[in-house]
Structures are given as C-alpha cells and as structure tokens.
Write a protein that binds this ligand. Structure first.
Ligand code: GDP
Ligand code: MN
Length: 391
C-alpha cells in the first residue's frame, strides 16, 4: 500500500525524522488560512501516489501569498503527468503547503526490501534530487547500497559507510546517525517495503531535513497495523483492483487487451505467458483462488468486463477443489447478468469436466471451447488479431 507524502511526513515526525512545517489541504478556501500561517516563501506540492512531480510541474515555489494562491488554484484539479503516472496522468485532489527551505545540498536516502539477499537495503547518494534515476544509470558508483541483515539490525559500520558516501559536515554528520536509525526503526516497525527521502537536504544552516517522503507498506504485513488502514486513499488506486479486493479476488490490471480468469497464481502466470506467446497481451492478472465459488467467478468476470480495453477473455481453470460444473454455472450466470460483449474462450480440465462442458454447450451463450492450452492460445491470438484489424 502506498501513501501520500503528507502522510509519510506525519509518520516521519512521530519517529523524530525532521520535516518542514506544512499542512495538507483539499480546497482553495482552506489554503488561504494555511498560507498565512506558514509564512513565505512556501512550496505548493501536488499529492499523488507517483513521483517525478517536480519535473511535471506539481511542485512550485511561491514568494508571495498571491503567487501561492495562484499555484494552489493551478495545481488542485489539474491532471499531473509525470514519468511515473503514465501518459494518462493523475488528477490532483490534495496538495501539501509547506514552508520553503533554503537548500545547500540535496542527498538521497532510501530503505527497501532486498529480496534476493534477504536484507534491508540502505541506499544513499550524495547527489540526490530529481535526477537520481539518471544518475544511477549513468554513474552507478555514485549510489551506494548497503545491506542490513534484519536479524542483526542496523550497525555502526553501516552508518560509517553511509557517512563516507555522503561527505557531510560535522553537524549534519552527527544528525545523520539518529536520522538513519529512526528510518530503520520506522521501516521495521511498520512493515514497510520502501522508505525513501529524495531529497534529504542539508539546509542553509547546516541541518538535515527530509524535503520529500515516500513510504510503501508491505500488504502482507497490514493486518498487524489496523491503524494504517485509515491512510489508504482508494482514489489513488486502480478502481477495478479496489473492487476486486472487496470480493477477495487477486486482481492486478495490466496494459493488454486479453482478459483472463484463472484459478491458482502459478496457472495464472503460465496463462499470461501463453497469451504473450500467442502474440497478444494480458489485460490483467486474476487468480480466483483454488476454492472459488460461482459468485466469485461471476464477480471476476464482471470486473474483467468493466475494463474497456478488454477485447477477449480466456478462462483457464483446472477443476480441483473448484469443480468444473460449478465454474461453468458461474460463467453462465455471470454472462446472463452482465452480457458478453466480447468473445470468451474457455479451457477447463479436471473434476466434473464433462458436466461443465455440457452446461456451457447447453447455455446457448457464445462461448468458445478450447481443448487444451495450445488450442486456447491459438483461439485467443485470433481474437487479438481481429481486434488489431478492427482498430
Ligand atoms: P518529486 O519530484 O515528486 O520527487 O517531488 P519533491 O518533493 O522531491 O520536489 C521536487 C524538487 O523540488 C526537490 O527535489 C527540490 O529540489 C525542490 N524543492 C521542494 N521543496 C523545496 C524547498 O522548500 N526549497 C527548495 N529550494 N527546493 C524545494
Ligand atoms: Mn522527490
């Protein structure tokens, strides 16, 4: 789960990580009061779950109250397109008004899960800021990656290595130890998958300040933190994913045109591969789970069909716990309720497969039966090819 910068900064405050004074507002009217409180200069920052806002015009400095109000009016409601939003951009519904800070240096600090090494990676660079991705690509040595064994925790040698990379003056160096420890404590205690400060700045008077803040939580750890649920902003999440989560479906929307519904994550991955191999692209990942009911199948199909990009659907089910006749009933029921505006290829195998095939055949619905995976792939490819001709 991702959260907004202003929420991440509130957590930073609780952990003693220094951040600029600021307040989030959702309306132009509320902004005027906050502008008065904060003083000048101030920074107007779009709050969306994507980075690269600075380059996209979503972070603006104001030297007067009038200028600040103008920025608020410009940014609230704008569709902000950044390198991370995709071409469609994101509508800005919240902004963070923050005191402007005199910046002497911009550093980079992040903590992330390093799965390969089963470690917490602490990543630092003395050249933080808006070009960190380009820097990491062009000069990988300018970005230092330290591995912390989570069973042993953060040690002084990590701190010394980080300090060696950052080249800080004495005052900032002293502060950095406490700051890194606080970040590590936050990362572990809140089950984060990412804590990123870019830029971490050395201010005009030599102190350290987290000018930006990004936190992502590991969804598998969220049950341990019920208080974090209130930080979720569903407006920033894919509406179909939010809907699917309500029904306990593992759904992730992708960019392709072939919807697919599968039981079991492994089979779902294999099915997406088959769709790719056949020259088409999957519109989603959807695992209805081993013990799916007819209702879940129906909800799954409805969610796939609400994606306007979907030109065809492949249902690939191995009937183990979920029997093929139950699946078939679910598909028929769903198709009757929501209608089938696109071709649907069904491949199923397993328990009660004959009964399942009969239900599909007798339904009178326009379902394409596939005998095996290769056959299913070929039929899906034909649908995708027809889609390309049509568009
Ligand atoms: P991002 O582009 O989405 O990562 O948004 P950031 O919060 O990192 O802001 C973009 C850039 O704006 C930062 O890298 C800073 O260079 C600049 N910036 C943000 N706040 C201030 C501020 O208070 N003072 C100064 N001088 N620059 C700021
Ligand atoms: Mn940033």
């Amino acid at each position: 789960m991702n959260i907004h910068e202003y929420q991440a900064k509130e957590l930073f405050r609780r952990y003693g990580i220094p951040v600029p004074a600021g307040r989030m507002v959702e309306h132009v009217d509320a902004a005027a009061e906050v502008i008065g409180e904060l003083g000048l200069p101030l920074v107007v920052k779009a709050q969306i779950h994507a980075g690269g806002r600075g380059k996209g015009g979503g972070v603006r400095l104001a030297r007067s109250a009038a200028e600040a109000s103008q920025h608020v009016r410009d940014i609230l409601g704008m569709t902000l397109v950044t390198a991370q939003t995709g071409p469609g951009g994101r509508v800005v519904r919240k902004i963070l008004l923050e005191e402007g800070v005199a910046v002497a240096r911009e550093l980079y600090l992040s903590l992330a899960v390093d799965r390969k090494n089963a470690a917490v990676a602490v990543i630092v660079s003395e050249s933080g800021g808006m070009n960190i991705e380009e820097l990491a690509a062009a000069r990988p040595d300018a970005v230092v990656r330290l591995l912390v064994n989570p069973l042993l925790g953060l040690k002084n040698h990590h701190l010394l290595q980080a300090l060696a990379a950052l080249d800080l003056e004495a005052a900032a160096a002293r502060e950095f130890g406490g700051l890194l420890r606080a970040c590590y404590r936050l990362f572990v205690e809140q089950d984060c998958s990412l804590v990123e400060i870019n830029p971490l700045v050395v201010t005009g008077d030599g102190g350290l300040l987290a000018l930006d803040a990004k936190i992502a939580f590991d969804d598998n750890g969220l049950f341990r933190h019920p208080e974090l649920a209130g930080l979720r902003d569903e407006g920033e999440e894919s509406p179909l994913e939010v809907e699917a989560a309500k029904f306990g479906l593992n759904y992730i929307s992708l960019d392709g045109t072939i919807g697919n519904m599968v039981n079991g994550a492994g089979l779902a991955m294999a099915t997406m591969d088959i769709i790719q191999q056949a020259g088409a692209a999957p519109a989603n990942f959807l695992d209805v789970g081993g013990g799916a009911s007819a209702t879940m199948v129906e909800n799954g199909l409805r969610i796939i069909l609400s994606d306007p990009r979907v030109e065809g659907i492949l249902i690939n089910i191995f009937g183990g716990i979920l029997r093929c006749d139950v699946l078939a009933e679910g598909v028929v029921e769903a198709a009757r309720k929501v209608g089938l505006p696109v071709p649907v290829v069904v491949r199923m195998e397993g328990t009660n497969v004959e009964a399942g095939r009969k239900i599909l055949a007798d339904s009178g619905l326009d379902l394409v039966a596939a005998v095996d995976l290769a056959d299913a792939a070929a039929k899906v490819a034909a649908i995708a090819a027809a889609g390309k001709e049509g568009s």
